[in-house]
Design a binder for this molecule. Structure first.
Ligand SMILES: Cc1cc2nc3c(=O)[nH]c(=O)nc-3n(C[C@H](O)[C@H](O)[C@H](O)COP(=O)(O)OP(=O)(O)OC[C@H]3O[C@@H](n4cnc5c(N)ncnc54)[C@H](O)[C@@H]3O)c2cc1C
Length: 324
C-alpha cells in the first residue's frame, strides 16, 4: 500500500479545522485499526540536528482501514464494485470497463491523477512523487522526518508500527530523478536492508481552483485536499469525502445545487489548506539548498515548526495598538 499510514488524532485535526464536527464518528474505522500511538514528530535538519514537535498521531494498517471504510459504506446500502476501471465521464454517465452507469451525482474520489476530473475539464492538483516500504524491527514511538537533499523539497520518514516501521520518502513537484535510488540510499544510511517499495503521487500545493462541474464533484486527492506542510491527506480526504456524500444526498433529496459543495468544503478546511500552501511555497525557496534549509530550520525552532505542521501562519500578527 502506497502510504505512510500515519493519521493525525481527532484532537489535532479538531484544532486545525475547528468548524469540523463529529470527528469521532467520521474516524471510527481508522481508530479501530490503530497500530501505534506516536505523540512526537522529530524533525531532522540536513546536518543532523533535531527538534521534537509535540503532535499526536497514530499509525494504521492502511489496507484494513480502506476495507473497513468500504464495509461501512456497504452496511449503509452502497453497492461496491471493485476491479472496475473508470475511463471517462460523459454527461450523467460513468463509462467503465464493466459497463456504463448513469448517476445523478458523480463523486470523483479517484486520487491525484483523477480521470473523472480530466474528463470533465476540472484542474488536477500539482503533485510530487512519494514512495514507502516496511522495515522490520522495534521502533520508539517517535515519528522521524528527515529534511534536506536526501529528499529534495520533501522529507523522508520513519513511522513506528507494530514490530516494524513504515519508511518512505517524498519529493517536491520539480523532482525528476529516481526516487527508488533515494529511498535505497536512505535505507543504507540507517543500516536497514533493501525493501520493496510502492510509490504514488501526493498533492503538494493545496486544493485545485474548481472542484465542481455538475454532475461531478471532486473530493480527497483529486481535489488536492492535502495539508501541504505535512503531506497528510487521509484526515482531510475523510472530511471532504463526508461533505461530498452529504451534498450528493441533499442534491438528490431536495435539489440542493452541487455548486454548494465548493463553499461547504472551503468553510470546513479551505482556510488552513490555503495557509499550508502559502507556507509550503515559502519553504520551497529554502528546500533547494541544504545550508539555507539548515539555517531556516534553526530560526524556526519548535514552536514555528508546530505552527507550520498545523497549517497556521508562521508568524503571529502584531497586536493591534489600541487608539485612545
Ligand atoms: C507514498 C505515500 C505516502 C503517504 N502517506 C500518507 C500518510 O502517512 N498519511 C496521510 O494522511 N496521507 C498520506 N499520503 C496521502 C494519502 O494517501 C492520500 O491523501 C489519501 O489516500 C487520499 O485519499 P483519496 O481517497 O482521495 O485517494 P486514494 O486513496 O488515492 O484513492 C483513490 C482510489 O481511486 C481508485 N482509482 C483511481 N483511478 C481510478 C479509475 N480510473 N477508475 C476506478 N478507480 C480508480 C484508486 O485505485 C484508489 O482506490 C501518502 C501518499 C503517498 C503516495
Amino acid at each position: 500500500m502506497q502510504c505512510g499510514e500515519y493519521v493525525a488524532t481527532n484532537e489535532e485535526v479538531g484544532a486545525i479545522f475547528p468548524s469540523v464536527t463529529d470527528l469521532d464518528d467520521l474516524m471510527a474505522v481508522p481508530y479501530r485499526v490503530k497500530q501505534a500511538d506516536t505523540p512526537i514528530l522529530r524533525l531532522w535538519s540536513p546536518k543532523g540536528r533535531h527538534w521534537d514537535v509535540p503532535f499526536r498521531g497514530f499509525t494504521v494498517e492502511r489496507d484494513r482501514m480502506d476495507q473497513g471504510i468500504a464495509d461501512q459504506a456497504v452496511a449503509e446500502g452502497a453497492e461496491l464494485r471493485t476491479q472496475t476501471n473508470c475511463f471517462a465521464v460523459r454527461g450523467n454517465e460513468v463509462v467503465t470497463d464493466r459497463g456504463t452507469f448513469a448517476a445523478q451525482v458523480i463523486v470523483g474520489a479517484d486520487g491525484p491523477n483523477s480521470r473523472v476530473a480530466k474528463s470533465v475539464g476540472l484542474p488536477s492538483p500539482v503533485t510530487g512523487p512519494a514512495m514507502s516500504c516496511t522495515v522490520d524491527g522495534d521502533f520508539p514511538d517517535v515519528t522521524d522526518l528527515y529534511f534536506g537533499s536526501l529528499a529534495p523539497g520533501g522529507y523522508a520518514w520513519v513511522i513506528p508500527k507494530d514490530a516494524c516501521a513504515n519508511v518512505g520518502l517524498g519529493a517536491w513537484q520539480h523532482f525528476e530523478g529516481n526516487l527508488g535510488d533515494l529511498i535505497r540510499r536512505f535505507l543504507r544510511r540507517h543500516g536497514w536492508p533493501e525493501a520493496r517499495g510502492t510509490g504514488g503521487h501526493v498533492p503538494v500545493l493545496g486544493p485545485v481552483a474548481r472542484t465542481v462541474a455538475p454532475p461531478v464533484i471532486l473530493a480527497g486527492d483529486s481535489a488536492g485536499h492535502v495539508m501541504a506542510t505535512n503531506g497528510g491527506g487521509i484526515n482531510v480526504a475523510m472530511i471532504t469525502g463526508r461533505i461530498a456524500g452529504n451534498i450528493a444526498a441533499d442534491h438528490v433529496r431536495d435539489g440542493t445545487p452541487l455548486t454548494e459543495y465548493e463553499s461547504r468544503w472551503r468553510v470546513a478546511v479551505g482556510g488552513p489548506l490555503a495557509q499550508g500552501m502559502r507556507t509550503k511555497r515559502l519553504a520551497d525557496r529554502f528546500f533547494a539548498n541544504d545550508r539555507l534549509l539548515e539555517v531556516s530550520m534553526r530560526l524556526l525552532g519548535t514552536g514555528r515548526m508546530r505552527r507550520a505542521i498545523q497549517c497556521q501562519p508562521l508568524f503571529l500578527p502584531r497586536r493591534a495598538s489600541v487608539a485612545r
